[in-house]
Design a protein around this ligand. Structure first.
Ligand SMILES: Cc1cc2nc3c(=O)[nH]c(=O)nc-3n(C[C@H](O)[C@H](O)[C@H](O)COP(=O)(O)OP(=O)(O)OC[C@H]3O[C@@H](n4cnc5c(N)ncnc54)[C@H](O)[C@@H]3O)c2cc1C
Length: 451
């Protein structure tokens, strides 16, 4: 078989939420960065696809071509002194960790899974538990190569082709193909994290913990149960941590956590409000003491869900939607209270709801999602109109507050809402490559009225 030959899909090119279910016309594997197809000669639009860890349709291209970039998985250079890593765009974050942690370096930003590519991390300008200190992934991208359908290879950085650099960071794969990138890593003394877990009983208590942890803790996040009585809004476990500065400890399977697997599609009805409430109560009560301190390996601290391979299958064949929004923090937190109340009243919603605050470190991307405020991420089993209706309802609250919904997790927001959440969209459209498109991009731009 010739390199870069179009193929009928042999694996499922779906997104993590498994909704919507769409099929590309074909898939072109990209294995070598100097042997790329002539995008302009192809019959339909193209979109890079890496590991499909985006939940909705931003990594899908219905009836278009997907460029499977997972063959671009080579390291190019690593300077142990400065912590600058150059690698191909299909390299996964776990590949990087395996290489650099033993040499005293770490990712500048870690999302909730390490099975994400460097190119995908740039295209969604991902964030992690240290947003209030480190900002987004894009801030640590020194430069990258972008290949346009004209065949041009453009080196983008904060100083070279700055406009394309800013458009591509958070640019949802629409500005061209990133072939390699150079990342500034951060130094660490050990592979371990000093972690504290604190049980809290209400939204007010969460806000206080978040506020008092900003300066002294690099990483903060909370798991919340939003099915508690109205006056408290939430309860949960607040986790905060810093890299351990003690001499390194031996790693073992036990300190890393053992992998489990969800082998089959579970029945769609298995997760209902009763099972979710029961799980939340059990999870909340797993820690009896108000505050627990421990030193744990970075793996279970950052990536607890990665230990359960294929956990997205627990929502059954219909799949699920993740909803992640950010709303500004104000004195009475009216917007987040309204969102939590609507979710509670709906009886829908998930276990493992994640809640955290974003800081005010600016993102370099034109369409970057993070902005100062509180962010909520939760899963909804897809139940058709009732689920879509609820999420549309939440969008109106987010929009009225001046917040935003995260495209990497979205499969249904309206174009009007998207353009309100991302006011630089119009400016961004000038940088979209004419041969690149996605199901997401077509959806959010389809109702645009010409100006
Ligand atoms: C369990 C879990 C936890 C998560 N936690 C977080 C979190 O904490 N914070 C956060 O921000 N996100 C989080 N995410 C979302 C995830 O980090 C992003 O969706 C990420 O972009 C997925 O990367 P991927 O390599 O799988 O790319 P894909 O999902 O395959 O593609 C994502 C986008 O990147 C584009 N793309 C991919 N490769 C290239 C390339 N070489 N050139 C140009 N464009 C490219 C695609 O076209 C697409 O638009 C989480 C996802 C999961 C499943």
């Amino acid at each position: 078989m010739r390199r870069n030959t179009p193929q009928q899909p042999t694996k499922d090119y779906e997104s993590w939420g498994r909704y919507p279910k769409v099929t590309p016309s074909r898939v072109i594997p990209i294995d070598w960065r100097d042997e790329l197809p002539d995008f302009a000669s192809l019959s339909t639009s193209v979109l890079p696809y890496a590991y499909g860890r985006s939940y909705g349709d931003s990594c899908l291209n219905e009836r278009g071509i997907l460029l499977d970039v997972t063959g671009l998985r080579r390291f190019i250079a690593f300077d142990e002194q400065s912590g600058v890593l150059r690698c191909e765009a299909g390299v996964r974050l776990d590949d990087i960790l395996n290489l650099v942690v033993p040499q005293g370096w770490f990712l500048p930003v870690s999302p909730g899974t390490k099975f994400v590519s460097v190119g995908g991390a740039i295209a969604n300008d991902i964030h992690g538990k240290n947003h209030h200190h480190g900002g987004t992934w894009g801030r640590h991208v020194l430069r990258f190569e972008l290949v346009r359908s004209s065949g041009e290879r453009i080196i983008c950085s904060a100083k070279e082709h700055t406009d394309l650099y800013q458009a591509t960071i958070g640019g949802l794969g629409l500005t061209g193909l990133i072939t390699w990138a150079e990342i500034q890593l951060k130094p660490i003394a050990s592979a371990f994290i000093d972690e504290e877990q604190i049980r809290f009983e209400s939204l007010d208590e969460f806000m206080q913990l978040a506020q008092e942890s900003v300066d002294d803790y690099e990483y903060t996040v909370a798991w919340i149960d939003c099915f508690v009585d109205q006056g408290r809004y939430i309860r949960g476990h607040f986790m905060r941590g810093n890299h351990d500065i003690a001499p390194d400890r031996p790693e073992s399977a036990a300190t890393r956590g053992l992998p489990l697997a969800v082998p089959l599609n579970l029945p769609s009805g298995l997760l209902n409000s009763l099972t979710v409430r029961a799980f939340n109560t059990l999870y909340y009560n797993r820690q009896r003491a108000r505050q627990v301190r421990k030193t744990i390996h970075y793996d279970p601290f950052f990536y607890p869900l990665d230990a359960i391979h294929g956990w997205n299958k627990i929502y059954g064949r219909n799949g699920f939607l993740q909803y992640q929004c950010v709303v500004p923090i104000d004195n009475d937190n009216a917007a987040i209270k309204e969102i939590l109340s609507r979710i509670r009243r709906s009886g829908e919603g998930s276990f493992l709801t994640v809640f955290k605050t974003f800081g005010d470190v600016p993102s370099p991307g034109m369409l970057s999602f993070p902005r100062p405020g509180v962010t909520l991420a939760l899963d909804f089993a897809f139940r058709g109109e009732s689920t879509l209706g609820l999420l549309n309802d939440l969008d109106t609250v987010v929009r009225a507050s001046g917040g935003a919904v995260y495209p990497a997790k979205d499969a249904r927001m309206s174009g009007e809402d998207f353009r309100a959440f991302f006011p630089r969209w119009r400016e961004f459209t000038a940088y979209i490559d004419p041969c690149f498109s996605s199901s997401f991009a077509r959806r959010v731009s389809s109702e645009e009225t010409p100006t």
